[in-house]
Design a protein around this ligand. Structure first.
Ligand SMILES: [Zn+2]
Length: 373
């Protein structure tokens, strides 16, 4: 039912079209044309200008013939990381690669093509199903600006599957951490390091003192913390006045996230007070956690669907955030599904054609499970 060659052709043609965060116009227009070719309407929201891009999020509604079946949404993003311009895809032994000078952008065009093919098959077969919504987001790879600005009420569905996970089809990601970023500016007092060091307050020493007393790395099974950058000082003969530090905390548990952020903030504030320096600290909540119970129907539908393809479902947690987190924060029961892409965000990225095809079959199988109730 899923047409392998048609999927490969569509994937290759979309991959060859340039796209990047905030500049998804060409690939979006290609997707809109494909959708219209299926007799469906593509609605673009109005966020392009407000996020400084040239394209909004696109919603496609596929009306079902089973009014009592809940609506279900599938989502994928239209942008890609760099180097992702001028991609020349190649096929070797039923695996699709780039030519080695760019990424492949299976992240996330594999998901895009899987959604499109599934809907095309539903149209061709006239299968009975409930309402289906497709969401194509923009600017996922640069701060998830598309999904952050997306009006959730444009989706009727309570459950959304984000076709944006790496690895073999069959992985069902029901947990992903929330993330907060902490930006710290420590201001000490400059002085000549040789003539009058006692008149200075070393911002570097304050930062070192603070960081040395912090719990970092893996805090517990669902929480991590990292001091990622530190910049400061001007020369060896000056007691450094300024240091800037960037840190992040991730946790699948929002309370633990808050507690760890407080631990970091308190550490810098205490060290600054001890040394007579000043600490200016900004905390940004980057995205909320995605946390769906393993016995939620959204997980069960996906599990049954994976099994129906003869595959072994793996319900698992990830350490990364995605559009799924953002929509989870807006009340959508969000699940991330693996689409078969490998080594994403690298020039070695590839996808097996078998996996590309299985992803479309999985979308169809989920639609079938939802219809079964
Ligand atoms: Zn992605």
């Amino acid at each position: 039912m899923v047409n392998r060659q048609r999927m490969v052709d569509e994937f290759l043609s979309l991959v060859r079209i340039d796209s990047q965060p905030l500049k998804e116009r060409q690939v979006a227009d290609a997707v809109i044309a494909i959708v219209k070719g299926m007799g469906l309407e593509a609605v673009e929201d109005g966020i392009a200008e407000s996020i400084g891009g040239d394209t909004g999020n696109i919603v496609v509604r596929v009306k079902g013939s089973m009014p009592n079946v809940p609506a279900v949404a599938f989502a994928a993003h239209l942008d890609r990381v760099s180097p992702g311009l001028g991609i020349q895809p190649q096929i070797r032994d039923d695996v699709i690669y780039s030519d080695g000078t760019t990424i492949l952008s299976g992240d996330d065009l594999a998901g895009v093509v899987q959604m499109l093919e599934a809907v095309r098959v539903l149209k061709e077969t006239g299968a009975q199903h409930g309402d289906i919504e497709l969401l194509f987001t923009v600017s996922e790879e640069s701060g998830m600006r598309g999904s952050k600005n997306f009006d959730r009420s444009l989706l009727k569905a309570d459950v959304g599957y984000f076709l944006d996970g790496g690895g073999d089809v069959g992985a069902i990601i029901n947990q992903a951490p929330a993330q907060s970023k902490i930006e710290v500016k420590i201001t000490g007092l400059p002085a000549h390091a040789g003539l009058s060091p006692e008149k200075g307050i070393s911002a570097i020493q304050v930062a070192a003192d603070a960081i040395a007393g912090m719990n970092l790395g893996r805090i517990d099974f669902e929480t991590t913390c990292n001091v990622g950058t530190i910049k400061g000082g001007l020369a060896t003969n000056i007691v450094p006045e300024n240091v800037e530090i960037m840190a992040e905390v991730r946790s699948r548990n929002e309370a633990k996230l808050v507690a760890q952020v407080k631990h970091i903030v308190d550490g810098f504030e205490a060290a600054a007070a001890k040394w007579g320096a000043k600490a200016d600290i900004g905390v940004t909540h980057s995205y909320p956690a995605l946390n769906v119970s393993a016995d939620d129907k959204a997980v069960l539908w996906a599990q049954e669907a994976v099994k129906s393809l003869g595959l072994e479902p793996k319900v698992e947690a990830t350490g990364g955030g995605s559009d799924g987190n953002i929509l989870a924060g807006k009340g959508l029961t969000s699940i991330v599904l693996s689409v078969g892409m490998e080594k994403v965000h690298s020039k070695d990225e590839f996808i097996k054609i078998d996996q590309l095809v299985k992803g479309a079959e999985l979308v169809l199988a989920i639609v079938e499970q939802v219809a079964k109730g």
